[in-house]
Design a protein around this ligand. Structure first.
Ligand code: NDP
Length: 331
């Protein structure tokens, strides 16, 4: 038996509880899995919070063990790439949505989904980074691929005090960029500066409808918010600058015009972590292991147990959680 969070949706209504599951139940729910992992740490991402609160249709199979991220040790494997004792990371691939996830002490996963834990990090650090941090790195890589460099100007990071935003600030500042953090939480200004933000702006300056073209300011943008914030960020991006869009914390709509793209040659890059090809994942994790200052990651991270993870989910959706939350599944 092992402990897990468990989401059910019978006729009587949705419930999210902590309970004990058997290896037989796990095997029956994951017939295609070829690697069994003893999970040490998982996380609560925005998407996990949506699943645990049943706030939007993240879960597409019931019952479900949530947890889109996990890190731990392989217990057994029939996959040629992994053997018992290997340390691995899992992010996405529909885990915690259509496949039983990692907010549990044990998970059965497909070997093709797993990334070998890079040298220099352990399960706790990997899950402090989690999908949010790995997505932040994918955004940084997207900006770099378009040739965005520190000499070209400032980078705007929206949703700054959240998971993606916090890690993006730490990474970009370490790479030498001047980072401007947009937040709705003025009280977190010192935290954002400590992560490396050179300037902190009120997110209200970006969240209202704006003109199609505005004063050029950003060489690049990492946007976790969407909606008017993304539209305004594009409208303020400098000639040939790049905007990496990864989130919808402020809304899924994109009320923009084509003006920044056709008149300023701005590039809007979509960033998806869930189905991202394995080589790009490995590259992102290799860089996260070496380029994210461990002291900064500690500043960003809160560690909770499985029970607290249940309680934290609605707070995360209310925008009240700062940085990253890693879950010690043995607590
Ligand atoms: P968090 O909840 O940790 O952070 C989101 C942040 O967005 C909040 O901290 C807040 O920042 C800001 N925010 C919240 N509500 C609003 C609002 N109504 N208007 C404007 N800003 C708001 O989430 P994550 O950082 O983990 O994820 C951020 C987004 O990225 C989510 O939408 C998530 O679904 C998405 N995501 C996408 C991935 C992908 O593969 N594309 C992967 C991971 C995440 P502040 O308080 O500083 O204003």
């Amino acid at each position: 038996m092992f402990d897990a969070l468990y989401l059910e949706k019978p006729e009587s209504g949705f419930s999210a509880t902590r309970r004990q599951l058997s290896d037989e139940e796990l095997a029956a729910a994951t017939p295609d899995a070829d690697v069994t992992v003893r999970i040490e740490y998982s996380t609560i991402n925005y998407k996990d919070a949506l699943a645990i609160t049943n706030r939007s249709p993240v879960v597409r199979r019931w019952p479900m063990v949530p947890g889109i991220d996990g890190a731990g040790v392989v217990e057994s494997s029939s996959h040629p790439g992994f053997a018992a004792g290997d340390r691995v990371i899992l992010n996405g691939w529909g885990v915690g949505e259509t496949h039983w996830g990692c907010l549990a002490q044990r998970a059965r996963l497909e070997g093709d989904w797993l990334v070998a834990m890079p040298a220099g990090i352990d399960a706790r650090r990997a899950m402090a980074i989690g999908t949010a941090g790995y997505t932040a790195m994918l955004c940084v890589m997207a900006l770099e691929r378009r040739g965005v460099m520190p000499a070209q100007g400032e980078i705007l990071v929206t949703g700054a005090a959240g998971g993606v935003g916090s890690v993006a600030i730490a990474l970009l500042a370490r790479l030498g960029f001047r980072v401007v953090a947009s937040t709705g939480r003025a009280a977190e200004a010192d935290y954002l500066r400590a992560l490396g933000a050179a300037e902190v702006i009120d997110r209200a300056t970006l969240s209202e409808p704006g003109k199609p073209l505005q004063k050029e300011r950003w060489a690049g943008v990492v946007d976790a918010v969407g909606s008017h914030t993304l539209a305004n960020a594009c409208a303020q991006t400098k000639y040939r600058g790049t905007v990496a869009a990864c989130g919808l914390a402020g809304g899924m709509d994109f009320p923009a015009t084509v003006a920044p793209f056709i008149l300023r040659g701005v590039t809007l890059v979509g960033v998806d972590s869930v189905m991202c090809p394995i080589d790009e994942r490995r590259e992102a994790w290799r860089r996260l292991a070496t380029e994210l200052d461990p002291a900064q990651l500690e500043r960003i991270t809160t560690i909770v147990g499985l029970d607290e993870a249940l309680k934290l989910a609605p707070q995360m959706l209310a925008g009240k959680v700062r940085g990253r939350v890693a879950v010690d599944v043995n607590r």
